[in-house]
Write a protein that binds this ligand. Structure first.
Ligand code: SF4
Length: 324
């Protein structure tokens, strides 16, 4: 099936799941096997700082959450973990933090430079930066910057992300590209007040932006956050459809396979959730290398719980693929 227009996207999103599984999902998996040469990309992840100045209404790390234990990793700890990632045979690192104005930008440049010097592909997500900031990161060796638009609907965006605006976010996203960095971007899938048409528009924006990576997951409510009182978790079957549509529209794109299954308490490392995501066309799994005592406090969502490398290898084998 050809999926090119917004109408095509809406029609897949509205398709009965049985029919989707027999047609579009199979096509997406074949496209994945062909475009990624039967390989799943495994990246080491370091959540180096969970302090954030922002008040996103869905996030467990929002500024007002005083119950969360906050941490910042030192530069030396980060260098050590980057070395461990290299030693584990992985080829890329994903450095992620909240928007912490007190984390020295020069230290961010240093962690990027170190990762590059030891031969890793380097991805960073540290919120909105200026064009000069993105250029400096590129100069330090950064390969890709992840900055999500979360939703292309201006009104919904401004509601769920009150510390910034849709226009500022899109300007920063275009600046990532302007600086010559690859772009990781995408939406939260199926959050309260979002319609199927909104989800279709989110997919069309990913297509227009020619993203390199779709760091997408369904909406997972975090108790105590404002949005949690406004609706339930995103539908994991819609999530699979979004993955398949993106794979068919953008055959070479990377798509997060770390997806929840039906029991959200099993987190993003759920075996069936991850397996179904790969079968729908996703191809990226993360090994969380953040120190044990800190990782559960990187609480953008509850029960994030990513897998260790060995478990990831089991998931990859279960679908007959290999680790990249
Ligand atoms: S989603 Fe990101 S920017 Fe928003 S509050 Fe959470 S950590 Fe901060």
């Amino acid at each position: 099936m050809d999926i090119k227009t917004r109408e095509d996207v809406v029609s897949v999103l509205n398709m009965p799941f049985d029919e989707f599984e027999k047609t579009v999902k199979k096509q997406a998996f074949y496209t994945l096997i062909e475009s990624k040469k039967n390989k799943v990309l495994v990246s080491g992840m370091i959540a180096y700082d969970n302090i954030c100045k922002n008040w996103c209404t869905y996030c467990g790390m929002r500024a007002g959450n005083n119950k969360l234990k906050r941490y910042r990793l030192s530069l030396n700890d980060i260098f050590d973990i980057e070395n461990q990632i290299k030693k584990a045979g992985l080829h890329s690192v994903f450095l992620i933090s909240g928007e912490d104005p007190k984390y020295d930008f020069n230290d961010i440049l240093k962690m990027v430079r170190h990762a590059k010097d030891i031969g890793l592909f380097v991805i960073l997500a540290a919120g909105e930066q200026s064009l000069d900031g993105f250029k400096a990161l590129k100069e330090a060796g950064l390969d890709e910057y992840a900055l999500k638009y979360e939703t292309q609907n201006r009104e919904l965006f401004n509601k769920i992300k009150p510390s910034t605006t849709f226009d500022k976010r899109m300007e920063a996203i275009y600046n990532v590209k302007e600086a010559g960095l690859k772009l990781g971007s995408g939406s939260i899938v199926d959050f309260p007040h979002q319609t199927i048409e909104n989800i279709a528009d989110d997919i069309m924006l990913a297509y227009e932006l020619k993203i390199n990576w779709a760091p997408i997951i369904p909406y997972i409510p975090v108790p105590g956050t404002p949005l949690a009182g406004e609706g339930k978790a995103g539908n994991i079957f819609i999530m699979q459809k979004v993955i398949s549509i993106l794979r068919i529209m953008l055959p070479d794109v990377n798509i997060t396979a770390q997806q929840p299954g039906e029991d959200l308490r099993k987190g993003l490392g759920d075996f069936e959730g991850n397996k179904n995501a790969i079968l729908a066309g996703a191809n990226v799994l993360f090994a969380d290398m953040t120190p044990k005592e800190d990782k559960e406090n990187f609480a953008v969502i509850n029960n994030r719980m990513l897998n260790e490398v060995e478990r990831i290898d089991d998931i990859i084998k279960s679908v007959g693929m290999e680790r990249q």
